[in-house]
Design a binder for this molecule. Structure first.
Ligand SMILES: *Cc1c(COP(=O)(O)O)cnc(C)c1O
Length: 410
């Protein structure tokens, strides 16, 4: 089966990822950050639910992209298997089982505790003796997120000093150091600026007391990229903005260049009349006051479509018009009111996220309506939702329950 035949069957539901939009978002961010800064593409959680493999392949050749960041070593291993060669950093804690393979595949590890160092140094030493590769590490500094990281004080300095000892035999190399903003997505940047100050202060201390200049210092997340130019150090970490989504309601303002890459579509599978007095879906939470026209959509919370959109909180677009959800969203199906969209028929295209005519429903809005937020909404789109990846309007890759497929030319 070729790609066209395969993707023609994605009728039930399909997420379409516009790879050109992602490239455009990178270009626009490049214009925004300091010319000397590089960009680390954050593609954890399978590229925020969009699909990390084709995204990494499109981003890898771009000039600003110095590498990638993910959360779990398995995400990095998969990218290596698919031929991604640029540096990949694991942003969180890594369990020791993964050290050896990471060292061999040159996947960067985040370090922040002395407990990690012993086993890490042992593994790195062994790999170094066997194949001459040194384990590259990034130090995480906690300047206010309170999650992981050394504190930017004497204890932190002591950690860096101990880490430097591990690098003497060449088996380990301190490539980077970073911190993470807790509140850069708020209008008031006081807290983020304070974090940046703590971080740069700590960098000076490392320079002065330990005589160490760490090559890749990075700090800014998406919100930082958009609104804190002073946080562009050697690299920035671009996550949500790669996908054209907003870091928060407060960021960015009106003039956003962000172009959403994902649209989510389905098709009407049934249209019927709901008679006055009849109820609909589990719990019978909605009862028709008069006769209504109802359409069934074959998507549900089993696909990651939020159940909290039940009871009229959410809507979809059919024939360029809004159709509100009736009753509860089920695991695999839900119903919408199409009384006012009289022409609706089985087979009509349904837009769950995206544009249809004049109407548009964004991940931000759906996040709001469902009491989630945009990051969570896209990350939660299930494995059961097939993805198609497009460049210049042409499908060049696809991902579904049976695997990942791509065009020969890609
Ligand atoms: C997820 C993550 C990012 C990306 O954040 P966005 O808000 O999506 O840009 C950057 N840095 C770290 C440490 C992260 O965990």
């Amino acid at each position: 089966m070729n790609l066209t035949e395969r993707t023609e069957n994605y009728k039930r539901v399909c997420a379409r990822i516009d790879l050109d939009a992602i490239e455009e978002n990178v270009r626009n961010m490049r214009a925004l950050i300091r010319p000397e800064s590089k960009m680390i593409g954050v593609i954890k959680t399978d590229g925020y639910g969009h699909g990390s493999i084709p995204i990494a392949k499109v981003l890898e050749p771009l000039e600003p992209i110095s590498g990638f960041a993910v959360a779990a070593p398995e995400e990095a291993f998969l990218l290596r298997e698919k031929g991604i060669r640029k540096p990949i950093l694991i942003l969180g804690y890594t369990f020791p089982y993964a050290y050896e393979r990471m060292a061999r595949e040159e996947i960067r590890i985040t370090v922040f505790s002395v407990e990690m160092l012993k086993e890490l140094a042992e593994t790195a030493g062994r790999v170094y003796r066997e194949c001459g590769k040194s384990m590259k590490v990034h130090i995480k500094v906690d300047t206010g997120m309170g999650r992981i990281g050394v504190s930017p004080d004497a204890d932190g300095l002591e950690f860096v000093r101990r880490l430097m000892e591990c690098t003497r035999d060449g088996s380990m190399e301190i490539e980077g150091i970073f911190t993470h903003f807790a509140r850069a997505d708020e209008k008031d940047k006081t807290s983020a600026r304070r974090q940046l100050e703590l971080f740069t202060g700590f960098l000076s201390q490392i320079r002065e007391t330990l005589g160490l200049e760490i090559p890749v210092k990075h700090c800014a997340n998406s919100a930082g990229i958009l609104e804190l130019p002073e946080a562009d150090l050697d690299a920035v970490r671009a996550g949500i903005t790669l996908y054209g989504l907003h870091p928060s309601e407060e960021v960015p303002g009106e003039r956003s260049f962000l172009k959403p890459a994902l649209t989510l579509e389905s098709h009407v599978v049934y249209v019927k009349t709901l008679r006055a007095g009849q109820s609909i879906s589990y719990g019978g939470t909605f009862t028709a006051a008069q006769d209504m026209k109802v359409a069934t959509i074959p998507v549900g919370y089993g696909d990651g479509y939020p159940r909290s959109l039940s009871g009229g909180r959410g809507y979809v677009l059919i024939r360029g018009q809004r159709a509100p959800i009736l009753g509860r969203v089920c695991m695999d199906q839900f119903m919408v009111d199409v009384t006012r969209i009289a022409e609706t028929q089985t087979g009509d295209r349904v837009t769950l996220i995206g544009q249809d005519g004049e109407e548009r429903i964004t991940a931000e809005e759906l996040g709001d309506l469902s009491g989630r937020f945009n990051y969570e909404l896209v990350c939660d789109l299930g494995k059961r939702v097939p993805r198609v990846f497009c460049r210049a309007g042409r499908i060049i890759a696809a991902q579904d329950l049976s695997g990942y497929y791509e065009d020969d030319g890609f």
